[in-house]
Ligand binder design. Structure first.
Ligand code: NAP
Length: 270
């Protein structure tokens, strides 16, 4: 049984294991992967306007189920007020839903992008208008910069932040704590270190030389941070969903020594 956590000030209760649907459409088992996730009780799916085919796939599976019984988070890469509103409209029609639970500014990772998207007539203003019109429930930001992430948390303008965090990239831990203090929901992207690393790790597991550095332990590492609201491993195959659900349903949190050891093995992968 998957446990739920509160997604910060959105107040939404979401399964701590979500699905990152960026690459899900890039396989002939993409629809089955999404179906497997929903059947297993995963109720948070992350997508974006710019993830090719991802919103379309989610819309297709939503329609075949007669409606949406899970939370969807999408994103806009646009930095202008008009651009973000156009993206929301496009997402709504492709997803086939009347409103989207969470809409995020996508990859705001430089000061210039932050200023453009949050300034006058920027994308944030467009999302606020969409929210006022009832088209968007909550507003978030995704970033690859710890500085921008910190600015977003402290600004009070965002309900959630999406950050990279994993045994390969432990540096976000203090920012996750800061977000929790400010009641900002934290969505953890790339929790397994990304597809390049995971394919190397899968080969090592098959050859019985992976040590502690397994997908299961990488997932446990991230789930062990109580400030993370939802962890969204990417998946293109149903078997990944089954494996991740098995871990998230039964894990015991890692202690600090186990975490440091996993970070050490992660740093030595390449
Ligand atoms: N906002 C941003 O700028 C941004 C950037 C990057 C990612 N993201 C979000 O974060 C999500 C996850 O990131 P990501 O996909 O780059 O990295 P990730 O979740 O760390 O890794 C995904 C890789 O892990 C593999 N995998 C998943 N579960 C596995 C398991 N149990 N055993 C073995 N391999 C497993 C997947 O394999 P298969 O694909 O072969 O199934 C895929 O190759 C994305 O889908 C997206 O929603 C956001």
């Amino acid at each position: 049984m998957l446990r739920k956590r509160r997604l910060g000030r959105t107040g939404l209760m979401v399964t701590e294991l979500g699905l990152g649907a960026m690459d899900t459409p890039q396989s002939d088992q993409g629809a089955d992967t999404l179906r497997a996730a929903l059947d297993a009780g995963i109720d948070f799916v992350d997508t974006a306007r710019d993830y090719e085919g991802s919103e379309f796939l989610i819309g297709q599976v939503t329609r075949e189920r007669g409606g949406k019984q899970f939370h969807v988070a999408s994103k806009t890469f646009r930095h202008s007020m008009d651009g973000s509103q156009r993206d929301v409209d496009r997402s709504l029609s492709i997803l086939g839903v009347p409103s989207i639970d969470l809409y995020q500014l996508h990859d705001i990772s430089t000061e210039d992008a932050w200023r453009a998207a949050t300034g006058d007539e920027g994308a944030l203003e467009g999302l606020r208008i969409a929210q006022y019109r009832g088209l968007v429930g909550h507003i978030g930001l995704s970033t690859h910069s710890l500085d921008v992430g910190r600015e977003a948390v402290l600004s009070g303008m965002f309900d959630t932040v999406m950050l990279e965090y994993s045994a390969f990239y432990p540096h976000s831990a203090p920012l996750i704590e800061l977000a929790a203090e400010h009641d900002v929901g934290v969505i953890v992207m790339r929790p397994l270190g990304g597809s390049g690393r995971t394919s190397v790790i899968r080969a090592a597991v098959e050859e019985d030389r992976a040590g502690a550095l397994t997908p299961a332990n990488l997932l446990r590492y991230v789930l062990s941070h109580s400030g993370a609201s939802v962890v969204i491993p990417g998946a293109r195959y149903p078997s990944r969903i089954h494996d991740n659900v098995a871990v998230a349903s039964h894990y015991t949190p890692m202690d600090a020594a186990e975490q440091r050891e996993l970070e050490r093995q992660a740093a030595a992968l390449y």
